[in-house]
Design a protein around this ligand. Structure first.
Ligand code: DX5
Ligand code: ZN
Length: 218
């Protein structure tokens, strides 16, 4: 099992993005990048140009979460921009062509499912992905409340992955704080994504350390 913290830049100050990424760098393992198109989710965020800019200023693993209707059109641009991993939603339909296309770039292959989508929907693909992302809020906005029912799915997936000896990492995204991070870690999460709890904190680096320490006490 891994123990990774992934701040989500959706809650960062985009006018100071490079500086804020540098601030959290010593306390985190990945940088989570939320891409929204105003169709798949009711919000707009950023595109490949921002990933390209981030790539120039950080060596952090850029974990790009695509919340868009047409991921097939954007896998190549995001990979070329320097994404280290791309994650696509299973709610769009058979994800296999997308997973194959991501794999062809030699980067991390991620599949994500919403709080209301059952584990059965992603189970057939577990052997073909590097990361399974659990949405613990309905996607579209930062700062929402954690949906605790997702913990049962997470625990079930943990058991399945361990039983099958699969290498897939389990990542959880939405409403992660020093209170909910430990619950997700206890259910078997490898990677905790936190937006508001990191970037809206008065001390962003301390917030990363605090979520890690609370979630995985040594
Ligand atoms: C929601 C995004 C999340 C979001 C998390 O659609 O996928 O990554 O940034 O934000 P918080 O941690 O504030 O819930
Ligand atoms: Zn996300």
């Amino acid at each position: 099992m891994s123990r990774k913290i992934a701040p989500s830049i959706l809650a960062a100050d985009f006018a100071r993005l490079g500086a804020e990424v540098e601030t959290v760098r010593p306390g985190c393992d990945l940088l989570h990048v939320d891409v929204m198109d105003g169709h798949f989710v009711p919000n707009l965020s950023i595109g490949p140009a921002v990933v390209e800019s981030l790539r120039r200023v950080t060596d952090l693993h850029l974990d790009v979460h695509l919340m868009i209707d047409n991921p097939a059109e954007f896998i190549d641009p995001f990979a070329s921009a320097g994404a280290d991993g791309l994650t696509v939603h299973v709610e769009l339909g058979d994800p296999r062509p997308l997973l194959d296309r991501i794999r062809a770039h030699g980067i991390s292959v991620g599949l994500v499912f919403n709080p209301g989508t059952p584990l059965d929907a992603v189970e057939p693909y577990l052997a073909e992905i590097d990361v399974l992302l659990f949405m613990s809020v309905n996607p579209g906005f930062g700062g929402q409340a954690f949906i605790p029912e997702v913990l049962d799915k997470l625990a079930a997936a943990r058991a399945l992955v361990d039983e099958r000896g699969l290498a897939v990492e389990l990542e959880i995204d939405g409403g992660i704080t020093v209170e909910t991070g430990p619950r997700a870690a206890a259910a078997g999460a490898d990677i905790l994504v936190a937006g508001s709890a990191v970037f809206r904190a008065p001390d962003q680096l301390a917030a990363c350390h605090a979520i890690r320490a609370a979630s995985w006490p040594t």
